[in-house]
Design a protein around this ligand. Structure first.
Ligand SMILES: O=P(O)(O)OC[C@H]1O[C@H](O[C@H]2O[C@H](CO)[C@@H](O)[C@H](O)[C@H]2O)[C@H](O)[C@@H](O)[C@@H]1O
Length: 262
């Protein structure tokens, strides 16, 4: 079983490029890419996030040579619009909604049944959190993000307590965390790692295809942990230990690494 470790102790993918490129020349990897914090810089408002032209071009060129999937906490249509490529796969809502070329679509069936519960909890939380300035809601199909990047420091513990108390009333849902965001998700054994395993079967006929996954957040750890034949590459840090195999420092290094695959 994989062990997590201090990300600072992970080997740098950039410093080990020659070794990795050698490996990739004999094992063409499937490429899994997280969006926020990996392809697009973290910004104040979630609506404003986007890839720069260089990153767009790199991902486009990679998609001509590799099977690629973007795996995001964002809603499927949102992340698809932001990446803008038609011929690649996407997993949105933390893997609960998956889509790909030729009208391929796969929503998590259990999560589908929970849509009315999401409507209810969203309404309740909107009301209970209305007194806290700076709270931003982002409804995805199967998850609900509540952002607190713009909430003042002294209000943050109240923000978390309100959400915890409400979520406790809903055993079908659970609360996860991200970068200055709380994510309400279906309480189902499904996450980015499971979605990646599903996509590995979709993208390759091999039993255990060689894959790489780049991601920056705690939710990407589910994918790193599930990486069988392949490498997880952590972008920056998220404050906890990591199951990744390598690290890159930031988005600039993500670009540098991906360019080497072209
Ligand atoms: O899985 P990801 O593609 O990394 O998505 C994770 C969440 O990313 C977005 O929120 C984060 O980025 C925002 C824009 O930079 C930032 O303002 C926010 O504080 C971050 O948490 C997105 O809005 C969420 O829906 C995703 O779940």
């Amino acid at each position: 079983m994989k062990q997590s470790q201090d990300p600072k102790k992970l080997p740098s993918a950039i410093e080990n490029l020659e070794v990795l490129k050698k490996k990739f020349s004999t094992n063409k990897p499937l490429i899994f890419l997280d969006f926020d914090g990996t392809l697009a810089p973290i910004v104040e408002n979630h609506e404003d996030a986007g890839m720069d032209n260089e990153t767009k071009e790199i991902v486009k060129q990679l998609s001509e040579n590799y099977a690629i999937a973007v795996v995001s906490g964002r809603g499927l249509s949102d992340v698809r619009n932001k990446v803008g490529l038609q011929d690649i796969y996407y997993a949105g809502s933390h893997g609960f909604e998956i889509a790909g070329p030729n009208n391929f679509e796969k929503d998590n069936e259990e999560a589908q049944k929970m849509l009315p519960v999401f409507d209810e909890i969203e309404e309740k939380l909107q009301e209970k959190l209305s007194a806290i300035e700076g709270v931003r809601f982002e409804r995805k199909k199967f998850t609900l993000a509540i952002h607190y990047r713009q909430v003042s420091e002294e209000k943050i513990s109240e923000f978390h307590s309100i959400i915890e108390n409400v979520v406790e009333e809903y055993p079908k849902l659970h609360k996860g965390d991200g970068k200055k965001v709380v994510e309400i998700k279906p309480n189902i054994e499904w996450h980015k790692g499971k979605a990646v395993n599903f996509l590995r079967k979709e993208l390759s006929t091999a039993t255990n295809p060689f894959s790489i996954y780049l991601g920056d957040d705690t939710t990407d750890e589910d994918a790193f942990r599930e990486m069988g034949n392949g490498y997880g590459i952590l972008v920056g840090e998220h404050g906890n230990d990591s199951y990744a195999d390598y690290r890159v420092e930031n988005i600039t290094e993500v670009k540098r690494f991906l360019k080497e695959l072209l």
